[in-house]
Design a protein around this ligand. Sequence first.
Ligand SMILES: [Ca+2]
Length: 92
Amino acid sequence: MNSIPIVIGVGILAIIVVLGISGFQTSSDSGQRQSGQSQQAQQQCDSSYPGVCIPPYPPDLDCGEIRYANFKVVGADPHGFDGDKDGIGCES
Ligand SMILES: [Ca+2]
């Protein structure tokens, strides 16, 4: 007669394990979605400034609004960081 509480206990334990596994999978999925979102955010870098990550134009940014200086500038330079066109932006 002592086996009945054991069966109930094992059943409860099994439910806890199943819920725990499904909960772990859910949190793992949301973690993958979050990393995907951060990868998209990292791709928001203008290709005219390959050594740094500056958001693409628009909006127009000035050197005082970014945290980089003396970085490489190639191509269209939509922000106009390289006013003298020598390939170096925001020279200090
Ligand atoms: Ca320059």
